[in-house]
Design a protein around this ligand. Structure first.
Ligand SMILES: [Zn+2]
Ligand SMILES: [Zn+2]
Length: 280
């Protein structure tokens, strides 16, 4: 995953297996306590070598991913679904960087597993419309050289690494925020319509929570989700003559109304676990 031996060796020694084991056992605080000293150590790493500095950036992304992963699962466990969404998005942001800067796009088996899992989890949330803020920006400045990003003086490419720092454009002189729109593919998926954690919109997450709390699955064994509609007997259904008034109170004839509603379709979700899967 890393381009330099220095950081690769560091990662091998400070393996994250204890974190996975504690996630599996729902020991979120313990997992965080294992992560913290590794993060401290990485923050102290330094080098003159650009490749090593870029690898340190990558390593920080990996550790930050694990921090968000722990908290995301903890929030799901504590029924704080809308908050867990933000941590899920943090994880996906980190993974995007990890994929981009890893050697040959290769990453560890564990990270492959979590990437797949996070994309499955994302679909369990009720969000498909997002807010997007439109603004008028007079100038975008380069975070590396401080010059106008569109000028010839800036030689940096946005999103690339320079001595372990990612070049980003900083909006300067925001003259106007002129609209807020609703979009389906937003720049930031954290801008969502808020629902109460107890609301039916979170029914899939509530189901996931029950499975987690009752030990039917763990953050390490949740492997896939299958959501297929299935037919369910309609409990309100009354068998009537075709020309009788419908049971539903619509004042229409049965044959023109609910005659075909003996079975109703309900969304049914099956969470698939992978029992033997071990990351430690
Ligand atoms: Zn620049
Ligand atoms: Zn009816």
């Amino acid at each position: 995953m890393f381009k330099t031996k220095t950081i690769n060796d560091f990662y091998q020694v400070n393996h994250l297996k204890q974190i996975y084991k504690n996630l599996h056992e729902l020991q979120f605080q313990v997992a965080r306590d294992i992560l913290a000293p590794i993060e401290d150590e990485v923050n102290r790493l330094t080098s003159q070598d650009e490749l090593i500095l870029n690898d340190i950036f990558l390593l920080k992304q990996v550790l930050s991913l694990h921090g968000s992963l722990i908290t995301m699962w903890e929030e799901i466990y504590n029924m704080k679904y809308s908050s867990s969404w933000n941590y899920l998005q943090n994880c996906l942001d980190r993974l995007r960087n990890i994929n981009k800067f890893s050697l040959n796009n290769q990453k560890s088996e564990a990270l492959d597993f979590f990437e797949k899992q996070l994309l499955i989890l994302e679909k369990l949330y009720p969000y498909n419309i997002f807010f997007s803020i439109g603004m008028v920006v007079a100038l975008y400045e380069c975070s590396i050289c401080g010059k106008n990003i569109d000028s010839l003086e800036c030689e940096h490419d946005i999103g690339e690494l320079y001595n372990g720092k990612m070049a980003v454009s900083i909006a300067k002189d925001i003259t106007d925020i002129n609209h807020v729109s609703l979009v389906s593919i937003p720049r930031d998926k954290r801008c969502v319509i808020q629902y109460d954690d107890n609301s039916p919109q979170f029914n899939r997450l509530q189901f996931l929570n029950q499975q987690l709390v009752s030990n039917k699955l763990t953050p390490i064994t949740l492997y896939d989700a299958d959501e297929t509609p299935r037919k369910k007997l309609n409990e309100n259904y009354v068998e009537l003559e075709r020309n009788e008034k419908c049971f539903c109170g619509s004042d229409k004839k049965f044959k023109k109304c609910c005659i075909n509603k003996k079975y109703i379709e309900e969304q049914h979700i099956k969470l698939i676990i992978h029992d033997e899967f071990k990351l430690w």
